[in-house]
Write a protein that binds this ligand. Structure first.
Ligand SMILES: Cc1ncc(COP(=O)(O)O)c(C=O)c1O
Length: 437
């Protein structure tokens, strides 16, 4: 049922929502349908933000909605410490089989940050070691521990020190921003390994490190796709020192990169994988999928939470996994992602401020630069903002990213069509022209 004009007039002013939610749009939405958001005024917007990489099955997929409605009518909350429930049992079992290989088990929580907290707690309790090494440009959440792990932007962590200690940051191979010049990740010359070695020599003994935590593709840090050799090499280094490898797949998981999980692109087997966002099509659900022998270190009562594995969220997740499988969304993500990246790369010659177009599957970035003397890679947040605004005027929603805010990231739902991608490419081209004028 569409909201009425009288109801729209009676809505409280937007200022009731605190300004801490930095805003991309002032839209008040009524509903979502597949790749589209519809405002209370009936205007339709192509939503290539997917609610920050969440609505992989599109908005309000009928099968997910039916599962939620059916479950909500039966039981809203069946607390994990008190009872078992069918959607939860089924989901725990299913999550044992979503990653390559055997021997996985899942623990469920609510938000991405909570999943990362669980991963760090598990790594520490399983290894008996205190330190964690994260990667520069990474983002892992907004709680104290996850802020300490994050380094995507100063604003994420800068106002909240002191932060939990024993966290160290190693460089991520960001080939476009390499000090010796941008290069193709296939011919990577980034010195991440040498610098990690230096970190072990100068700051923390690797024998004291419980885990590496790494995004297979940097998310908030600017959709940076590392060379395919990065994760396998990190795995080797982890094995050499008895360090666990935690892949933060909160943004990259559930088909987003054209594989069910991004670690599959390099055939790397992590020890713990954090999941959230795309798992339940918009209902709050997250978790870790960990080696079963590791998860046994979570003995009764040492971790938990009131809402973890909520029954309605689990029903939504089971339906989401069905839709991803039955509708071939992983293959569609790969095909639509290639269409989008190729279409946007073709625009590069006509738009000198578009420094880089990159991505993996439906995780696509445009990096804007200012044409200044030197190597021409001065980050241009103003241009990125202008492109976002011009695209919004043309009813395309995208987001920003990158440590300087210089990146426009494009996150289509995995149900998006060839025609919608073509429409989006056309709008981006118009928006870049308008923004540069
Ligand atoms: C890679 C990654 N890890 C963790 C998080 C935190 O998730 P949440 O916002 O659900 O706490 C995010 C959120 O954007 C993310 O992209």
């Amino acid at each position: 049922m569409t909201i009425t004009a009288a109801q729209v007039d009676a809505l409280p002013d937007r200022s009731v929502v605190p300004a801490v939610w930095s805003r991309y749009t002032d839209l008040v939405v009524d509903r979502g349908e597949g790749s589209w958001l519809v405002t209370v005024d009936g205007d339709r917007y192509l939503d290539y933000s997917s609610g920050i990489g969440v609505t992989n099955t599109g908005h309000a997929h009928p099968r997910v909605v039916a599962a939620i409605q059916g479950q909500a009518a039966k039981l809203l909350h069946g607390q994990q410490n008190i009872v078992y429930h069918e959607p939860g049992l089924r989901l725990h079992e299913r999550l044992r089989h979503v990653l390559p290989g055997d021997g996985w088990a899942a623990f469920l929580s609510n938000s991405g940050a909570e999943a990362v907290e669980a991963a760090v707690k598990l790594a520490r309790v399983a290894t008996g070691r205190p330190a964690v090494v994260a990667f520069r440009g990474g983002f892992h959440g907004r709680t104290a521990q996850t802020m300490a792990l994050s380094s995507s932007r100063t604003s994420v962590r800068g106002n909240f020190e002191p932060l939990p200690g024993s966290i160290y940051h190693a460089p991520y191979p960001a080939c476009y921003r390499a000090p010796d010049g941008p290069h193709d990740p296939d011919q990577c010359t980034c010195d991440w390994e040498g610098q990690l070695d230096g970190l072990f020599a100068q700051l923390v003994d690797p024998a004291r490190v419980a885990a590496f935590i790494v995004e297979p593709v940097l998310g908030e840090g600017g959709y940076v796709v590392p060379p395919v050799s990065f994760l396998p090499r990190l795995r080797e280094i982890a094995d050499r020192h008895g360090i666990l490898l935690v892949a933060d797949e909160i943004q990259t998981g559930f088909g987003r990169t054209g594989r069910l999980f991004a670690v599959e692109h390099s055939g790397t087997r992590p020890d713990i994988v954090t999941v959230a966002k795309g798992i339940a099509s918009g209902l709050p659900l997250s978790g870790i999928i960990a080696r079963e022998d590791l998860l046994r270190h979570f003995t009764p009562g040492i971790h938990g939470g009131t809402y973890g594995g909520n029954v309605v969220s689990c029903a939504a997740a089971n339906a989401t996994l069905d839709v991803i499988e039955d509708e071939g969304l992983v293959a569609n993500a790969a095909a639509r992602g290639t269409q989008l990246i190729e279409g946007l790369r073709a625009l590069k010659g006509r738009h000198p401020r578009l420094g880089d177009v990159r991505g993996l599957g439906c995780m696509v970035a445009l990096e804007f630069v200012r044409p200044v003397p030197g190597d021409g890679r001065m980050p241009d947040a103003k241009m990125a903002q202008a492109v976002l605004a011009a695209a919004l005027e043309r009813r395309l929603i995208m987001l920003s990213a990158g440590s300087w805010g210089q990146v426009v990231r494009i996150i289509p739902p995995l149900v998006t069509t060839e025609a919608e991608v073509a429409q989006a490419i056309g709008i981006v081209e118009e928006a870049m022209t308008a923004a540069a004028a």
